[in-house]
Design a binder for this molecule. Structure first.
Ligand code: NAP
Length: 295
């Protein structure tokens, strides 16, 4: 990183936990190559402090903020305006400074999520999404741009599932995609796993640094005995690479995708929004993140 001086502008990430995030490494590598005198820092933040912290960082002149787990919905309260996508999915991962010390909420996870799927034909396919938090909203919005047949959302919390389905049904029905929600604490989800062409994990289960243990896999180990080798597994988690869940998929000869490309692409889209520059060194971001993962 070039020398931090009194003129260096700050950019950063708010979430909990953030200590295993690769965002500082890949953002700072990009700024250096772009010749931007910016520095990106990861800042742990509790939900109760989110509103006052975002306000304070705007007053301190931050050039932009990324928002991660578990604040992507909570942070809507700190935004004075939302972009169309952020409003549709009611989830924000990028704050853009606006005049009068205000923030615009945007969501670049949707474009990031889609990047590694572009080479796959998902027409009329069945998709299972595990988890129904902030990133699951971006995932479902992204999926609506393919001609898929149906989406089944599997999660543990009935009321969160109901809210999720209510808020996503609007844009899915416009595309003729049906949505169903299943509470895995009450129902056997193996039929949905068996028939799925694509399964996406949007929970933090298996993530380094999360409360859930790294050796854990979403929905528990047993369910994956019924996994077909035709199914694509997409884990939004990028650390560790691969997660235990993706290792199971690899043993079953499934095509697997980890969250690194999504991370890099959503980060690159955030930089475009903050800097106004279209050319962002995506390859440099990816290789710096990969190098850091190996340390
Ligand atoms: P979030 O808003 O907190 O949502 C997490 C979801 O997972 C919720 O539905 C939650 O269930 C569920 N969940 C959490 N812990 C669980 C557990 N122990 N057992 C079962 N379900 C559990 O988080 P998020 O922002 O969507 O992020 C989720 C994951 O995606 C994180 O690992 C994050 O790093 C990753 N991610 C990666 C990228 C990328 O660029 N690669 C982008 C975004 C997110 P409840 O509804 O019951 O709370």
């Amino acid at each position: 990183m070039s020398t931090i001086t009194g003129k260096t502008s700050l950019v950063g990430l708010l979430g909990q936990p953030v200590n295993h995030s690769l965002s500082p490494v890949m953002h700072n590598a990009a700024y250096e190559e772009m010749g931007l005198d910016w520095c990106y820092v990861a800042m742990p933040c509790e939900s109760k402090d989110l509103e006052k912290v975002t306000k304070a960082l705007r007053h301190l002149g931050f050039k932009g903020l990324n928002i991660t787990i578990p604040h992507k919905q909570e942070v809507l309260k700190a935004c004075n305006k939302l972009t169309e996508i952020a409003n549709d999915i009611q989830a924000v991962n990028t704050l853009i400074p606006e005049k009068n010390n205000q923030w615009i909420g945007a969501n670049t996870d949707v474009q990031g999520f889609l990047t590694p799927l572009k080479e796959h034909n998902l027409k009329n396919k069945s998709v299972v999404v595990i988890g129904c938090g902030g990133s699951a909203r971006a995932v479902v919005m992204g999926l609506s741009s393919f001609n898929i047949k149906k989406v089944t959302i599997i999660s543990r919390n009935e009321s969160n599932l109901n809210i999720f389905v209510k808020s996503t049904r609007n844009f899915l029905s416009k595309r003729d995609i049906s949505i169903k929600s299943i509470n895995n604490t009450k129902l056997d989800v193996s039929p949905y796993i068996q028939e799925a062409d694509l399964i996406i994990n949007t929970t933090p289960i298996g993530m380094n640094g999360s409360n859930s243990k790294q050796k854990n896999v979403p929905l528990g180990h047993e369910i994956w005995d019924c996994l077909s080798d035709k199914t694509i597994l997409y884990d939004l988690i990028y650390n560790p690479k691969p997660t235990n869940w993706l290792k199971i998929g690899q043993q079953k000869n499934c095509f697997t995708i980890n969250g690194l490309d999504m991370l890099v692409e959503q980060g690159a889209f955030s930089i475009r929004l903050w800097s106004g520059f279209h050319d962002v060194p995506v390859q440099t971001m990816k290789s710096s993140a990969e190098k850091h993962l190996m340390v």
